[in-house]
Write a protein that binds this ligand. Sequence first.
Ligand code: CUA
Length: 301
Amino acid sequence: MDNQLLTTTQAVDPVFLFIFAACLLLLIGITAAMVWFVIRYHRSRAPEPTSQAEGSLWLEIAWTALPTLLVLAMFYYGWSGYLTLRSVPPGALPITAVGRMWSWSFQYQNGKTSAKLYVPVGKPIQVNVESRDVLHGFYIPAFRIKRDAVPGMKNHVWFVATRPGSYDIFCSQYCGTSHSGMISTVEAIPADKFAAWLNEGPKGAPHPGLALLEKHGCLGCHSVDGSQKVGPTLKGVFGSKVPVTRGGKPSVVLADEAYLRESILAPTAAVVEGFPPIMPVTADLSEADLKVIVDYLKGLK
Ligand code: CUA
């Protein structure tokens, strides 16, 4: 079987259509036969049984053999499709997808990260799926692929985008308050544009603090432009007076550097009024990165 020429969509769609068509034919056939029997053998038309047949060997062989062949065909199709989904084509481009509450981030071989999954058109992509906290599900309906992101476990999935475009990425496992907001897109672009994007120097890139916020998934809940999301905006927070609940008691704190650090390292110690205490701890945050982020937040007027 030549798996390399197949896309994941081509592996899944015929199986789905085959099973759907088989089910549809059975539904129509069984319903039609049932309606026919109800009318033909209604008591007013056939008050007494007309046949005393004890059995029919050929009929029994037929209704045993045909369904067996049908489900074996479903298994064969399903199994070969599954093999295609699990066999990453040689030369696939590896990209790591990291799920966390509640965003996806993507890491490329050269260390670059992004909030959208950029891929070159026509090249198979191996997505290594990881989770930093709870169970998430990496799901791209357009390419018929879905794989759980399990903490502490390595998982992978592959696809190839044959046409340029933007394709939805969802989280398919309920993972908390903003599960439904855990969305991103695949951006399939021509190979030369992708190479240019991947090697784009830090000049065109955002502030390192902003890049870190994106990398650690902070921007899924906090904006930097003043708009409110699941969490309060980060714009102008430094130096402001923030109403919080600390230890069950309301108070107002000055958002200085110590407050910013505490809010990142111990998110539930002082929770901003009007927001739920749901921010997860960012486990993989180094002291150096924390300093860059805090410096960035200080300048975010
Ligand atoms: Cu992540 Cu649902």
